[in-house]
Design a protein around this ligand. Structure first.
Ligand SMILES: [Ca+2]
Length: 220
């Protein structure tokens, strides 16, 4: 076998091992699967680790590089959003072991590495959401905030920003949407492009049969 072929095969083996390790690693925490890269990373394509991923990387890998899921890691609150890693992943006491069925309730699982995810909200990395949700980050914000929402069924949706007097100032979405996860930025401007002053604003998500409202604080 020529040297170049050998090197090529070695690279293939390394790539295969890396891919395998990554899929395997995310499957080593409760409710993790290969689609949930954002359990540990800041993007769905991997790359930089979020706070949970960093915690795992520095303190909870065994000699094989496998995640040590258990009481200790479950009890920590890596993203400091007041919900423990275990609460976020559906296994508050860290009892789940690989090979067992996923613990807890899938639609209550949130992201242990994202302080803006909330226990009780479907994990935004994959799949058709089971409910309508509406959140924004950062909050308070300046100059813009990202509004994230989920739609469980094919439906007409409006997402409108109101000022504190309840007057509509900006329509961000008005269309029929497929079930899924959406994110749209609001730049603090009204419909005519005027920058709004500091204060409380409301974002209201409305569909045929549901309405959700969140408060957002613009601080200059
Ligand atoms: Ca947390």
């Amino acid at each position: 076998m020529s040297k170049s072929v050998t090197v090529f095969l070695m690279i293939l083996v390394l790539l295969a091992a890396d891919t395998f390790a990554r899929q395997k690693r995310v499957a080593q925490v409760p409710n993790g699967n290969k689609f949930n890269c954002m359990t540990c990373h800041t993007s769905s394509f991997g790359g930089a680790r979020n706070d949970f991923g960093k915690e795992v990387e520095t303190s909870f890998l065994d000699a094989n590089g496998d995640v040590i899921w258990g009481q200790a890691l479950a009890a920590l609150d890596s993203d400091q959003d007041t919900a423990s890693n275990g609460e976020e992943l559906g296994d508050p006491t860290g009892e789940w072991v690989q090979g067992q069925a996923n613990p807890g309730q899938a639609d209550l699982v949130s992201n242990p590495g994202d302080p803006n995810s909330t226990v009780g909200v479907a994990f935004a990395a994959y799949g058709v959401p089971s409910s309508f949700t509406l959140q924004n980050y950062p909050n308070p914000f300046n100059p813009l905030t990202n509004i994230t929402f989920t739609i469980p069924s094919h439906t007409n949706v409006t997402l409108t920003i109101y000022n504190s007097l309840g007057e509509p100032i900006r329509e961000l979405v008005n269309q029929k949407l497929q079930p899924g996860h959406y994110e749209i930025a609001w730049d603090g401007q009204n419909e005519t492009g005027e920058l709004m002053s500091s204060g409380v604003y409301l974002a209201r998500l409305q569909s045929e049969n549901i309405q959700k409202t969140i408060r957002m604080l613009l601080i200059k």
